[in-house]
Design a protein around this ligand. Structure first.
Ligand code: PGA
Length: 245
């Protein structure tokens, strides 16, 4: 169960969130719990969760270890401050910051090299779904990015299916739509990495996940967890998502 805070919350707001959130999820040992705050608040978050089961992740990273790349943050830097996870290829990165399947692959390899667990995002846009291209887009994103990993690297990633039309719009994919897309992705995995990899890889659904719709989504055996934006910003609402079994 992962929360993507996007560009929300200051350091004091981060501390206040965890003060409320940690006791609310103290008995949730059925899942991994990950929160991905903006870079500047990662240290605050890592300190706040110390001693709990909650882990912290970045929302992006650059593929070089260090160098003259003004404004960028590397995998070893995230790992050194105690991050365990990193989101890669979020649709907002693809839409506003020129992320491509090729850069997704480079970032994923860099994350793995730094010992981070990548959450690699894929998903179709509204016009692609309406044009009947969902499967083709998911296949292209898989082939251009994830398929470039070695089987050993692949075993360490989590995939997030996030239909772009469902992100921040209040329009959740129905459990059926999400499960169908997850099956398409799992089929790609089977074809490239084999049956064991396909059954073992965790595929998260993301896009307007809320306390009200989490039960239906998690009832689908294809959906292994969720990547939550808006509803992860409020402690009680993310806790009720995490605690849903
Ligand atoms: P949302 O965002 O839950 O606010 O729709 C999901 C995401 O972008 O990861």
């Amino acid at each position: 169960m992962a929360g993507n805070w996007k560009m929300y919350k200051t350091a004091p707001e981060t501390s206040a969130f965890f003060e409320k959130f940690i006791p609310l999820v103290s008995s949730a040992d059925h899942c991994d719990i990950v929160i991905c705050p903006p870079f500047v608040n990662l240290c605050t978050a890592v300190q706040a969760v110390s001693g709990s089961r909650i882990e912290i992740g970045g929302q992006n990273l650059f593929w070089a270890k260090e160098g003259a790349y003004t404004g960028e943050v590397s995998g070893p830097m995230l790992a050194a401050i105690g991050c365990k996870w990193v989101i890669i290829g979020h649709s907002e990165r693809r839409q506003y910051f020129g992320e491509t399947d090729e850069t997704v692959l480079k970032r994923t390899q860099a994350a793995l090299e730094a010992g981070l667990n990548p959450i690699v995002c894929v998903g179709e846009k509204l016009e692609e779904r309406e044009g009947g291209r969902t499967e083709a887009v998911l296949s292209e994103q898989f082939a251009g990015g994830i398929a470039g990993l070695t089987p050993g690297q692949f075993a360490k990633i989590v995939i997030a299916y996030e239909p772009v039309w469902a992100i921040g719009t209040g329009k959740t994919a129905t459990p059926q739509i999400a499960a169908d897309a997850h099956r398409v992705i799992r089929e790609q995995v089977r074809a490239k990495f084999g049956g064991d990899a396909a059954s073992q890889v965790r595929i998260l659904y993301g896009g307007s996940v809320k306390p009200e719709n989490i039960k239906g989504l998690m009832a689908e055996s294809e959906i292994d967890g969720v990547l939550v934006g808006g509803a992860s910003l409020e402690a009680a609402s993310f806790a009720s998502i995490v605690n849903c079994q």
